[in-house]
Design a protein around this ligand. Structure first.
Ligand code: D9Q
Length: 117
């Protein structure tokens, strides 16, 4: 039991900063394309082109459900959002530009977290 407790304490410590980063992503001015899953009725080709859809509301639920076993898994899901965005949108489109901006914002916050100890 002691070992398990140590692991879970470490995990809570790791994932708390992830929750903070997620909240900052959600309230960013350029977060509007990423708050909810892409509407595949509005964009019928999306499902065919994007094999692993991801969005901020899904990540929020996964955090709440203790789905992530490490902060790396959280980071991978966030990066999936921006990789999908680059695949589906032109760089100079409104959504494409928002994706590049949000990725820069995230990676800076991720570096802070990884270098702060
Ligand atoms: C990530 N992503 C998002 C879109 C998009 O247009 N989202 C709009 C969302 N609307 C804003 C207010 C209501 C719904 C298109 C392509 C794409 O890759």
């Amino acid at each position: 039991a002691a070992k398990k407790d140590k692991v879970s304490k470490k995990l809570i410590k790791e994932l708390a900063p992830c929750k903070a980063i997620l909240e900052d992503l959600e309230c960013h001015d350029d977060a509007w394309p990423f708050l909810l899953p892409v509407n595949t009725k509005q964009f019928p080709t999306y499902k065919k082109i994007i094999k692993c859809p991801m969005d901020l509301s899904t990540i929020k639920k996964r955090l709440q459900d203790m789905y992530y076993k490490s902060r790396e898994e959280f980071c991978t899901d966030v990066r999936q959002i921006f990789n999908n965005c680059e695949t589906f949108n032109e760089d100079d489109s409104p959504v494409g530009k928002a994706g590049h901006c949000m990725r820069q914002f995230f990676e800076a916050r991720w570096n802070d977290l990884c270098t702060s100890h």
